[in-house]
Design a protein around this ligand. Structure first.
Ligand SMILES: [Zn+2]
Ligand SMILES: [Zn+2]
Length: 161
């Protein structure tokens, strides 16, 4: 059993796995947000495209998304708040902090994502960058440090290679 990359504490198969595999639809905006993080973290850009709002899907830049994904390693996710409380809601917002590694620096991305239901299924509409949010300074990873991806290898032999 592998832990889900969204850091929910559940296994992948009991968390984001069924949504990414297309066997189930995420029941809440937060569940969709988590599964999109997991899809980013595991390079499943087909899922990212599939869970965009219809107007975004038309202009989705798959090549650009793939190039961006190669430069970034997503490390962990913290959900800070979700505004979709009722199962009857058709729009929802999820605020989160996602930690990632790029060019030897660990940074935090803070965002308030907006979701809505299309034909009963949650999709991602837009991300509002949290301008007022407190984002810690980037942390430099040194070559001999343990790799922040959790591989138990040195950074220089893993993501820093
Ligand atoms: Zn998950
Ligand atoms: Zn690594």
């Amino acid at each position: 059993m592998t832990d889900c990359p969204c850091v929910s504490g559940n296994s992948y198969d009991e968390c984001c796995g069924p949504y990414i595999a297309g066997n189930a639809a995420a029941p809440t905006a937060e569940a969709l947000m988590r599964s999109r993080f997991t899809a980013f973290a595991s390079g499943r850009l087909d899922y990212i495209e599939r869970t965009c709002a219809s107007e975004m899907r038309e202009t989705f830049d798959r090549g650009g998304a793939e190039r961006g994904a190669e430069m970034v390693k997503w490390l962990s996710l913290q959900v800070l708040g979700a505004s979709c409380v009722s199962a009857m809601d058709d729009t929802g917002k999820v605020e989160f902090a996602a930690t990632y590694l790029a060019e030897g620096l660990i940074r935090v991305h803070r965002e308030n994502s907006v979701f809505r239901r299309e034909d009963g299924v949650w999709v991602y509409v837009v991300g509002e960058i949290q301008t007022g949010a407190i984002v810690p300074d980037p942390i430099k990873v040194r070559r001999n440090d343990p790799c922040p991806c959790g591989s138990a290898r040195k950074f220089k032999n893993c993501c820093g290679a």
